[in-house]
Structures are given as structure tokens and as C-alpha cells.
Design a protein around this ligand. Structure first.
Ligand code: GYE
Length: 618
């Protein structure tokens, strides 16, 4: 009895203590706001045992110091997901204005982040959550980092038989999955290279040292060790040194400066190489302020560039000076545009011209041709005219290495607009784009939501073959329906992103197959509208006999949705002009820009198209 009473007393005093602490914290935040602090930002960090996360918090501290009107409240989850959910809840209940979160476990914390995003802006740093319930994601392209690491291993080993140990961070964390996928994608194309063992170092140095020691005692025929971060790479090196196996080479990721960072490890020859993985802390503070001050359109994703650092580049990298540029000088941006194929392209060109005019940039807008060869000619013309920056929307994904190298050799940075290329990212500077893969997934999610388990036969009308929107939208759409056995793509035919192309594909399909399909998935609105015209001419009713989906979010598409003809459209904004021009000005001013800036996008259906039409700018 006494014991129960005692426990009850402890329980009650604990509750009182929590109430007092919360009240004090709220008071603290409130008083802080009263002392000229306009915004309080909560920073929920996964752990502070990894140097990279310590560097992230340090970057946030240093950037936040520049702004007297903000206060950052830090929480460290110590690697414990339950603790991080508690931290996030405390920050929210303490009344922060915006949450920055660097997540410990994406899958487990996605629901909580989605919940918080309903009540305040959320910036997700480094590990993405599932889905899009956040204001902005800032992080690296982990798959490309893996590709680059695989290529460096191949370069280090050459043609002889090579055995590799891969040391991963926390198993199944999103960066590990992506880095490993990219790494193995490159290694698989080299028959002489083999990952003989994969270890899990939990991002930690000492754990890696122990595991590598055991592994090398069992099998010392190892040529290279690739560790997913420099901290673990250092642990691998310590094991190698201890065992006297200095012939084994080690590469890592992060490239932090300062003592024990990857830059130092490479310059001392401890690592053969590393790949920078910027923390995004500085960008998070600046975008947080833009969001809180409701400044302009905030991107959905910022993908940070990763540079390869080896002994022959480490000195230049560590001593690169931000070049002093005369920013008063008017810059000339050259744009290489093929003859427009869609309403989207018209709106995109208009946006670029308008932004150049508004921001005082000389625009050399060359427009002709219909093929990649024609576009390459335009780019060469711009190089000849010695413009300061070149931008273009690559008609297809491959075949740009030579002309991009010519631009680089001419000292002209290239900003990709809306579409991307498969050239090495050292040949171009930034990509202002959309997430085509997600657009395809969204189209399929809307379809599955509508049809559920009904039998669905689909005609897919795709864009011009080999372009990143066609590749991404097809992959995203197919990924989602591939595990739905009642959904079947009967045929995929290109309509080249044009109204007439979409109409012709639909007309030919109906002539041969009649209404064998109940859904048309068109990879842009122009083709969707063309298909709708063909459906009507054939005597069927669009929206009743055949459901038609599109992508872009054009005004005409929304009108069609309102008429009940088109079913939905997934937004893909062409209004890239301001970001392209702003990025060009930053590049010329010597400011480091993201590898990719990805646009926010909506879904328009019968529920929201009517009120959205008046807002459409294209
Ligand atoms: O969806 C389509 C245009 O590259 C994202 O190209 C763009 C696509 C857009 O023809 O309408």
C-alpha cells in the first residue's frame, strides 16, 4: 500500500515537473520573442555522435548568428527515434514557428512530420521523409555519390581482378540504400570488380575498425574499402594500419574540413578519395527565413552538389577562393530552344524572357530546329558569341558530353532547364527542374484512388523518346501500378508531347482496338487534350467511356476537367524563368549553387480545378 502511494506521489511530482518545465520553456520562447526575436526555429537532430551531424549543427549555429531576429532551439535525439519524436513534439508544443528536422528513421517519423506540417513549415534535412508532406527538402544526391565512388574504385583498380569491401552506415537508412545502389550500379558494369563483403559500421569509426579487423583476418585479398562516410573510412584505415596491410586503399564520403575531416584525411594520404556531402545547414537557415518572411516561391527540393576530392584536387578544393566578380556588369545568358512543341514550352520561354527583362539580364534567345543536333548547333553558336551563361532544356538525356565540354572549356557555365542529361555533373552547373518520377507516381495514385480494384486497361501516350520527363513519368507511373494486377498497360506509344501527336495516337488506337481501354495516361496535357478530341470524334464520351489523365497543369486542361472531359492533371510548372535567371546571376557572382532546384507541384482534379483556373499563368 505504502509502495503504491509512494509511486503515485512520484508520478504526480513528475507530471508537475513536466508542466513546470514546459511552462518555463514556453515562457522562455515567449520572452525571447519579446526580446526582439521574431521567429523561433526548432532544430531536431538525429544524433551528435557523427562528425557530419556535429558539422551540420555548427553550420546552423554560425548561419543563425547572422540574424538577430531568430532563435534556434536545439534537440539531440541521441540516435533514438522515440526520443526524436518526443523532441519534435516538445518543440511544437513549446511554440516554435518552423521545424528543421534531420531524421533518424525516415519510415517511423514520416507520420509525425506529416502531422507537424499541417500546423507549421517543416524543412527536412539530409534524409527524406516518404512522400511530400514538408515545405522543403535539402540534401545530397546519394545515388550519384554512390556512382562516383564506384567509378573511383574502378579507376583505382584498373583492369585487374579487384575485391572490394563496402562499409555501410545504419542498415536500410535512405542514404545507405541510395549510395549502395549507385555504387553497385557502376561496379556491375565492371566484370573484374567484386564486392566480396558488405559490413555495417553504423556511421561510426570504432565499430568499423573492429569489423574491418575481423574481416581482414579472414580474407586479406582486398584491394579497396569503400565506406559510406569518412568517419568509418578512418576506422577502416586504422584497422589496415594495425594489421600492416597498407596496400589496401580506402575511400569515404562527406569531405568535411577541419581536424579529422575527409579533406585532411585525403591530404595526408589516409584516404585515396572522398566525396563532399554538404550538410545543408546554412541553406536551411536561409530558406527558413524566406519561408517565415513569406518571400517568393520556395522550391520543394534543393539537391546539393557532391565533388570528388583526391590527392590531386584536394589543394585546389581547400584553397578555392570565391572569385571577386564585378556584379555591376550586366550578364548575357544564352538560351538554346528548339521550336516549341507544347503550351508548356511556350509558357516556359515566356517565363524566361520575362524574368531576364525584370532582372536586367541580356538574353540571347536562339530558337530553331527540332532535333538534338539542331540544339547542339544552337549551343555552339552561343559559345561562339561568348555569352556568360548558357541554359537549355535537353531534348533528350544522352549525347551532350562533347558540347558541354566545349562550353566548360570556353569557361561558360551551363544551367539545365526543366530536363536533365546523363553527362557527368562536372560538365554542368545546376538543374532547375521538376520531379518527373514523382509526377508519374502521382498520376498512378490518383488512378488507383479512383478505380480501386476495378479492371483497368491503359493506353500510355508518352513524350518524346529518351527525354527525362518521358523516362521519369513512365518509371514513376509503372512503379506504382506494377503491383496492381487489375491494372494493365495495353500499349505505350509516343505522341511527342504535341496535341496532334496525342490525337493521332488515340485515333489509330481506337480504329484498331475500339474502346479496349478505359484509361488514357498522357504524359502531358497537350497530348491528353488531343486524345480527348479523337475520343469525341470516334463517338465515345471522355470522362465516361474513357478516363484521360495529363501532366503539366495548363489552363486548358483545367477547363477540360471542369467540363468533365479530362479526369486530372499533375502540375509540372514551366514558370522556371525567375529561378534560372537568379541562379545564373549567382553563378556569375561566384556563389555556389545547388546541383538541382526542384519545383513544388500540385494535383488538379474536379475538386479543385474550378477555383484554381483564375490563378493559372499558363
Ligand atoms: O511536360 C511537356 C513539354 O520538359 C517538363 O516538355 C517538360 C515537358 C512538359 O513538351 O508539355
Amino acid at each position: 500500500m505504502i509502495k503504491q502511494l509512494k509511486n503515485k506521489r512520484i508520478y504526480i511530482s513528475l507530471i508537475i515537473l513536466i508542466i513546470v518545465i514546459s511552462a518555463m520553456t514556453i515562457k522562455l520562447i515567449t520572452t525571447q520573442k519579446s526580446e526582439g526575436v521574431e521567429f523561433v526555429i526548432g532544430m531536431s537532430q538525429a544524433n551528435l555522435t557523427e562528425p557530419w551531424r556535429i558539422a551540420m549543427n555548427q553550420e546552423i549555429i554560425e548561419e543563425a548568428r547572422k540574424y538577430k531576429n531568430i532563435k534556434i532551439v536545439y534537440k539531440d535525439a541521441g540516435g533514438d527515434t522515440y526520443k526524436q519524436s518526443k523532441d519534435i513534439n516538445e518543440l511544437v508544443s513549446d511554440g516554435v514557428d518552423l521545424l528543421i528536422v534531420s531524421i533518424n528513421d525516415s519510415e517511423k517519423l514520416t507520420p509525425l512530420v506529416s502531422q507537424v506540417y499541417k500546423s507549421m513549415p517543416v524543412i527536412v534535412l539530409d534524409r527524406a521523409v516518404e512522400g511530400y508532406d514538408y515545405s522543403l527538402y535539402i540534401g545530397p544526391d546519394n545515388e550519384t555519390i554512390g556512382n562516383k565512388a564506384g567509378q573511383l574504385v574502378a579507376d583505382l583498380i584498373g583492369e585487374k581482378q579487384g575485391n572490394i569491401i563496402e562499409v555501410q552506415g545504419v542498415l536500410n537508412s535512405s542514404p545507405v540504400i541510395a549510395r549502395s545502389r549507385g555504387f553497385k550500379e557502376v561496379l556491375n558494369s565492371h566484370t573484374n570488380l567484386k564486392v566480396s563483403r558488405t559490413l555495417v559500421g553504423e556511421w561510426q569509426r570504432d565499430e568499423t575498425e573492429d569489423k574491418i579487423t575481423e574481416a581482414l583476418k579472414e580474407d586479406n585479398k582486398i584491394d579497396v574499402i569503400f565506406a559510406h562516410n569518412d568517419y568509418m573510412a578512418l576506422g577502416a584505415y586504422k584497422a589496415i594500419k594495425k594489421l600492416g596491410m597498407e596496400n589496401i586503399k580506402v575511400i569515404g564520403v562527406d569531405g568535411l574540413s577541419g581536424e579529422g575531416g575527409g579533406i585532411e584525411l585525403v591530404s595526408k594520404g589516409i584516404l585515396e578519395g572522398t566525396f563532399t556531402c554538404k550538410t545543408g545547414g546554412k541553406e536551411a537557415i536561409n530558406y527558413a527565413l524566406d519561408i517565415l518572411n513569406k518571400k517568393g516561391e520556395i522550391p520543394k527540393k534543393i539537391i546539393l552538389r557532391s565533388d570528388k576530392i583526391t590527392l590531386d584536387t584536394v589543394y585546389e578544393y581547400s584553397n578555392k577562393k570565391s572569385k571577386i566578380v564585378d556584379t555591376s556588369k550586366k550578364i548575357a545568358l544564352g538560351y538554346a530552344q528548339l521550336i516549341t512543341e507544347s503550351k508548356w514550352r511556350d509558357a516556359n520561354a515566356k517565363s524566361i524572357k520575362k524574368a531576364a527583362k525584370q532582372q536586367g539580364v541580356d538574353l540571347v534567345f536562339l530558337e530553331s530546329g527540332t532535333t538534338q543536333e539542331d540544339q547542339i548547333k544552337l549551343i555552339r553558336e552561343l559559345i561562339k558569341r561568348k555569352v556568360d551563361v548558357i541554359s537549355f532544356s535537353p531534348f533528350v538525356t544522352s549525347g551532350w558530353d562533347d558540347v558541354l565540354r566545349e562550353a566548360k572549356n570556353a569557361g561558360i557555365p551551363v544551367i539545365l532547364s526543366d530536363r536533365s542529361v546523363d553527362s557527368d555533373d562536372s560538365l554542368w552547373t545546376s538543374n532547375i527542374c521538376s520531379d518527373f518520377y514523382e509526377e508519374g507516381k502521382r498520376a498512378s495514385r490518383v488512378l488507383i484512388q479512383h478505380f480501386g480494384k476495378a479492371k483497368v486497361n491503359i493506353l500510355e501516350i508518352e513524350g518524346n523518346l529518351g527525354s527525362t520527363p518521358t523516362i521519369g513519368r513512365e518509371a514513376g507511373f509503372n512503379e506504382s501500378i506494377s503491383n496492381q494486377d487489375n491494372y494493365k498497360i495495353i500499349e505505350t506509344v509516343t505522341g511527342n508531347f504535341t496535341f496532334d501527336g496525342g490525337k493521332l495516337v488515340m485515333k489509330n488506337f481506337l480504329k484498331i482496338n475500339g474502346n479496349k481501354v478505359n484509361v488514357v495516361y498522357a504524359q502531358n496535357d497537350d497530348m491528353a487534350l488531343g486524345a480527348i478530341e479523337a475520343i469525341k470524334e470516334y463517338g465515345l464520351i471522355p470522362g465516361k467511356d474513357i478516363i484521360v489523365l495529363g501532366i503539366d497543369g495548363t489552363k486548358e486542361a483545367l477547363r477540360s476537367i471542369n467540363k468533365g472531359e479530362m479526369f486530372c492533371t499533375i502540375e509540372c510548372s514551366p514558370l522556371l524563368g525567375p529561378k534560372i535567371i537568379n541562379t545564373a546571376k549567382q553563378v556569375i557572382a561566384g556563389i555556389e549553387v545547388p546541383l538541382a532546384i526542384v519545383n513544388p507541384e500540385e494535383i488538379f482534379t474536379g475538386d479543385n480545378s474550378a477555383k484554381e483556373i483564375k490563378n493559372r499563368q499558363y
